[in-house]
Design a protein around this ligand. Structure first.
Ligand SMILES: C[S@@+](CC[C@H](N)C(=O)[O-])C[C@H]1O[C@@H](n2cnc3c(N)ncnc32)[C@H](O)[C@@H]1O
Length: 461
């Protein structure tokens, strides 16, 4: 249908406003009255043939307040389909009960239709037409591009959706910058070393290589020479963190989950004798040596933009903070730790005459390069203790809760002392891009390996 630009003069007294038109608050028309009395009404209002108002209540109110008898109108049935759709959408946007997702869809559609009707149209014009700021208009259009993405499944409003996306954008840009810096550094290192062969850790059985490597789609069995395979990406290694840093030269990680032995002789000092299966050395010496090694080798495994979640015992709080501040000053430590409340009330009572039972554990959040989180979640979580795969397991449900802060499909997780591997499983269940855990104890390593295998088989991965 051709666009009819015909306008008609209509008696203001004959125009009716349907009761279902919902308006929030009093309509302010001072500026509009001034403009109409100076320049006349530039945009006619829209009415049906019987005089029911379809669009332009503010303009109608301003004309009434100016004491005019007649107003320029266009009849709804004379509009082009695009114009009619815009008007319907604008009416929808004004409805108070419209849900935020539908509002975004309507606003984006209005903008699109205007662009198809007018090649010079832009988002500022849409913003002005809809009476919103250009900044808001940009937010609507940004969120609209990913409105159906799983990333926004938990969003509750335009601003929460926009915040999720802008944090993700910041993280992605930080990762790109980090990769660039690393590759530049790698090039200089190779020049400095006069060549450069990637060091590959090949300490594994063939079966483990099969399990760990990620051949990717499109593998072929024809007789033509196979394309060069990417280096296998291990998920679990039966190695000590101290040894691994000597040889690792692969990509760094943007999320480090760190659950060292707490250094509190949790097994009652049994490492000196009477050790039972599953116990590991939990002396302060081991704990502090691990922190020192962590800080001194940060560049080996941590991206320039990275988060660290570091579990610790209050006994060593002060010295732990001091060591990080001194040895890894580019890690910014958040003041408030996260808290896991052991909901089955298990925990030690160090002094039955003076102290309560300790039924919570704490972890520090640290970041390198002011990395943004994925999503803010509560800093405490209640979950029972679970010793299925390891005597000091951090339960997966609890990790999944806190990992909402750090893990999305761009996450690469490293756990230098992964025990039964719960952090690896939690991160994979949240679609992390890559996970790598080290465990020096062969028994714990085997448990972690079989748990990860079963978990992947269940997920069909
Ligand atoms: C607190 S536990 C980790 C528990 C783990 N987060 C879980 O949920 O199963 C610490 C683990 O670190 C391991 N470990 C200690 N020193 C290590 C080292 N130098 N390299 C790798 N693993 C180490 C211990 O064998 C123990 O299993």
């Amino acid at each position: 249908m051709p666009i009819s630009l015909e306008t008609h003069l209509f008696s203001i007294a004959s125009i009716t406003i349907s009761p279902d038109r919902q308006r929030s608050g009093e309509i302010v028309t001072t500026d509009l009255e001034h403009s109409i009395s100076t320049n006349g009404l530039i945009n006619p209002i829209i009415v049906s043939r019987d005089g029911t108002l379809i669009a332009g209540e503010r303009r109608l109110t301003a004309c009434k307040r100016l004491g005019l008898d007649q107003i320029a109108v266009r009849f709804f049935d004379e509009l082009s389909p695009d114009e009619a759709q815009i008007i319907e959408l604008e009416e929808n946007v004004r409805r108070k009960d419209l849900n935020w997702r539908d509002e975004i869809r309507a606003i984006a559609r209005i903008h699109e239709i205007h662009k198809t009707m007018d090649s010079g149209w832009n988002r500022n014009k849409s913003a002005a037409k809809l009476g919103i700021s250009p900044e808001y208009m940009s937010q609507y259009l940004r969120v609209h591009r990913e409105l159906d993405s799983p990333k926004l499944a938990g969003a509750t409003s335009l601003s929460s959706a926009y915040n999720i996306l802008s944090r993700a954008d910041q993280r992605k840009n930080a990762d790109i910058l980090s990769d660039v810096l690393e590759s530049v550094k790698g090039t200089f290192d190779k020049i400095g070393q006069g060549g450069g062969q990637d060091k590959v850790n090949d300490d594994k059985s063939d079966e483990d290589k099969k399990f760990d490597s990620n051949p990717g789609p499109g593998s072929t069995s024809t007789s033509s020479p196979p394309p060069p395979k990417p280096a296998p990406q291990e998920s679990l290694l039966n190695l000590s963190f101290f040894d691994w840093t000597e040889t690792y030269s692969g990509p760094t990680f943007n999320f480090i989950h760190c659950d060292f032995p707490y250094g509190v002789n949790v097994f009652g000092g049994t490492m000196a004798g009477g050790q039972t299966a599953g116990d590991y050395n939990d002396s302060p010496d081991v704990y502090f040596a691990l922190i020192e090694h962590f800080c001194k080798n940060l560049d080996v495994f941590a991206s320039q933009s990275a988060h660290v979640l570091f579990w610790f015992a209050m006994e060593h709080y002060t010295k732990t903070i001091e060591m990080f501040q001194e040895l890894a000053p580019d890690l910014v430590i958040q003041k408030y730790p996260i808290v896991w409340f052991k909901s089955d009330n298990t925990g030690i009572v160090p002094d039955t005459r003076r102290q309560p039972r300790r039924v919570y554990e704490t972890a520090l959040i640290m970041s390198r390069g002011d990395r943004f989180i994925v999503k803010p979640v509560a800093n405490t979580y209640a979950a029972p203790v679970d010793k299925t795969y390891h005597p000091s397991t951090k339960p997966e449900p609890m990790l999944r809760h806190f990992f909402q802060l750090f893990v999305d499909d761009t996450t690469t997780l490293f756990d230098p002392t992964c025990g039964g591997g719960s952090a690896l499983r939690a991160a994979e269940s949240m679609h992390a891009k890559r996970v790598l855990g080290l465990e020096q104890d062969p028994e714990h390593f085997k448990n972690a390996q079989s748990a990860l295998r079963s978990f992947r088989a269940l997920r069909g991965a």
